[in-house]
Design a protein around this ligand. Structure first.
Ligand code: GLA
Ligand code: CA
Length: 694
């Protein structure tokens, strides 16, 4: 394997030189070059959905012995069979890579984000890195779908155990798991689902963390409760299958209504801001449907979670899951996540910052390496996004408004994209066959990608300058930087800001590279790097000119969070939202994108969907909705002591690897267990309680 990598590297370095040769005359748009070969290292064992689990009652159930002794026999908890639903979700041993497991041990995550609180439903982040994915279970589940046979491709049931379409396809009846409980013992039922829908998705003053909005589920879609365990969608179109994906992680993960409702502005005197902040990070025991519950929080240090005694999934032998008793999230940096996972002081990383690849590869190739590392497809992509609002989103001042006007000018966007030397940018992150030229839009190598529908503006500084001129910008005072026309801002130099997060080295490096390249073009750019949470807040309130950002994940499969692919609603897009009056000022090409995405969401015809996406890609890349920078593969790093890690798990396909590896099913064999638990033999407190209880 080392050999293959070495050979590919040499080939790449040779072709890289040719591709970046400077051309003398004006360069015209074309299709992107083929990316350098870089084969994913693992292949999934493809299965049908029903091979992974089913819902059924077993004859008997068990749990870690210390729970029976210390909690059940002392009357602190009901017996395990009373804590489980009537028919729990039962993972089949045949589909477990290493079979049924043993209880104990911890997965030590390291993350670069910081928690704002537990109210995911009103927009709080928990710091990413798999925290929210593990806490809030959703109606369907997509992470593990990377291993589903193509002809059985559909999200997995989860809190929704099954669903049926009405004959005309305009209604979807969803059956919820019966008798499952939140981690504090309160019943989970349709009330939780309706509260999430009515008071979060449909409430314009609330934006759940991953942006679920009415548009997510198709314009005009309604949801009603049928009985305690049944809800029913009604659609404006027939068979919008995409809704099954929107019922998964990110957009349909209901919260505990018994805890949230009393704080929601509709049922209290709270403001929306009060509601969002009602469950700060030090609120312990927040009720979840996930396998672990927060029990300890030390700012800038760690979040610890202990097993959920009401978790509703079991193995074939009736052992209540999860196998791992504890989850830790050390609050550090994302780069440290790579370092610690490779060194063995952390257990897991999505290797995604290309700067760390060579060192991580070197260390994990050694025989005594504590962790294994496996590269997947090229699904990490970065783009440069213009703020496309011309009517006041983010209250631009005069300078910023002049930039918005330029941003809405295609010649200006063409100038910028043509000034970006993608080969040089990619190589500045990591040399070798990793990075590929990325024009923007869907990634090459993903299922809806079509090379012929992808418009690529090759790097050429002279051409870029011609485009600038066409946009009305010239260096009138000879200081090397282009000026506005005389009637705009008194003909001053064009001054742009570039927003980026400083949570990731890659974001910073790419942003600096872009600043340097735009300077060569004659545009002065001021970098504004912020922490992830501040970047998000600045971005979502529209207070930026341009930004460099790791692409949102909907560009990978496009069937998930599809609404985010165009400004279909007033608040769905990252780079074009409504002004304070709720008005959108879409450019004609954006309107085309919106129409295509709405058609895609409404369509259930595979061929038609392919055609729509080709069109979408063409409109998006030709008009430079976002300007692609680079795309490259990620690698999953996981400590060797863990069992049941599915082969060929990509760091992202339908969801992040933290979901795809099915953590509740992951275990450490008894003879490999370490003593890493910080709170052994304890369980989560009641909601708002002090810490782990014995
Ligand atoms: C962050 C990390 C990703 C992944 C996600 C999970 O974005 O960079 O690798 O862990 O969190 O939400
Ligand atoms: Ca000037």
């Amino acid at each position: 394997m080392k050999q293959r990598y070495g050979t590919a590297l040499a080939v790449m370095l040779l072709s890289g030189t040719a591709a970046s040769a400077v051309m003398a005359q004006s360069v015209t748009p074309t299709t992107p070059p083929d990316p350098p070969d870089f084969a994913a290292q693992g292949e999934p064992n493809f299965v049908n959905r029903e091979e992974i689990f089913e819902y059924m009652a077993l004859d008997s159930y068990s749990e870690p012995e210390w729970i029976t002794t210390n909690f059940v026999e002392t009357g602190k908890l009901p017996p395990v069979e009373e804590r489980l639903p009537t028919a729990p979700l039962v993972y089949k041993a045949a589909n477990m890579p290493d079979g049924t497991g043993a209880y104990g041990d911890v997965m030590r995550h390291v993350i670069g984000g910081r928690p704002e609180g537990w109210n995911y439903f009103a927009g709080n982040t928990q710091g990413w890195g798999g925290i929210d994915i593990g806490l809030y279970e959703c109606l369907t589940r997509t992470g593990p779908v990377f291993q589903i046979n193509p002809d059985d491709l559909e999200p997995l049931p989860n809190l929704a155990t099954s669903w049926d379409w009405s004959e005309d396809g305009t209604q979807l009846t969803v059956h919820l798991i019966e008798g499952a409980k939140w981690s504090d013992g309160d019943p989970f039922d349709a009330e939780d689902v309706m509260f999430y829908w009515d008071n979060h998705v449909m409430d314009p003053q609330v934006t759940p963390l991953n942006g679920a909005s009415p548009e997510t589920f198709g314009a005009g879609t309604t949801l009603e409760q049928v009985d305690d365990y049944t809800v029913k969608f009604t659609f404006q179109t027939s068979h919008p299958e995409a809704v099954l994906y929107q019922m998964a992680y990110g957009t349909f993960c209901p919260g505990p209504s018994h805890i949230l409702k009393p704080e929601h502005p509709e049922f209290s005197d709270n403001s929306y801001e009060d509601y969002r902040n009602a469950f700060p990070p030090d609120y312990m025991g927040f009720p979840v449907m996930g396998a672990w519950v927060p029990v300890e929080y030390r700012p800038d240090d760690i979040i610890v979670m202990r097993r959920n005694p009401y978790y509703w999934k079991v193995d074939e032998n009736g052992n209540q899951l999860p196998y791992l008793d504890e989850m830790q999230y050390k609050l550090s940096t994302w780069a440290d996540r790579d370092v610690q996972a490779v060194a063995g002081t952390g257990d897991f990383s999505n290797l995604e910052q290309a700067e760390n690849y060579v060192e991580a590869l070197r260390r994990s190739a050694e025989d005594d390496a504590p962790a294994r590392l496996e590269f997947g497809p090229r699904i990490i992509g970065y783009s440069l996004y213009p703020n496309l609002s011309g009517n006041g989103w983010g209250q631009p001042d005069e300078r910023a408004q002049a930039i918005r006007d330029l941003n809405r000018n295609l010649d200006f966007r063409k100038a910028i994209t043509t000034a970006i030397d993608r080969q040089r940018l990619g190589n500045s992150l990591v040399k070798g066959p990793f990075t590929a030229i990325y024009p923007g839009g869907l990634y090459s190598g993903t299922s809806y990608y079509d090379q012929d529908s992808t418009v690529y503006y090759p790097y050429d500084l002279a051409t870029a300058k011609e485009y600038l001129k066409a946009a009305g910008l010239e260096d009138t005072d000879g200081d090397g930087f282009v000026n506005h026309p005389a009637d705009v801002l008194d003909g001053q130099n064009v001054q742009m800001t570039l927003l980026a997060t400083n949570d990731y080295q890659t974001d910073k490096n790419l942003a600096e590279g872009v600043v340097a390249m735009l300077e060569e073009l004659g545009i002065r750019v001021a970098l504004n790097t912020l922490s992830g949470n501040d970047r998000d807040a600045t971005r979502d309130s529209g207070r930026y000119d341009w930004m460099v950002m790791r692409n949102p994940t909907e560009l990978i499969t496009v069937v998930q969070r599809t609404d985010q692919l165009a400004p279909v609603g007033p608040r769905t897009s990252f780079n074009h939202r409504a002004n304070d009056a709720g008005e959108m000022d879409l450019l004609p090409f954006e309107q085309e994108m919106v129409d295509l995405i709405n058609q895609f969401i409404a369509s259930d015809d595979g061929n038609e969907r392919k055609e729509i996406m080709k069109n979408y890609q063409k409109v998006r890349t030709e008009n430079l909705y976002g300007i692609g920078l680079t795309q490259y593969p990620g690698a999953l790093i996981i400590n060797k002591r863990f069992s049941n890690i599915p082969p060929g798990t990509p760091i992202f396909m339908y969801n992040w690897a933290e979901d795809s590896i099915i953590r509740e099913r992951v275990y450490v064999a008894s003879d490999a267990q370490k003593d890493y638990e910080l709170h052994p033999q304890t369980l989560p407190p009641a909601p708002g309680g002090d810490g782990p209880v014995q």
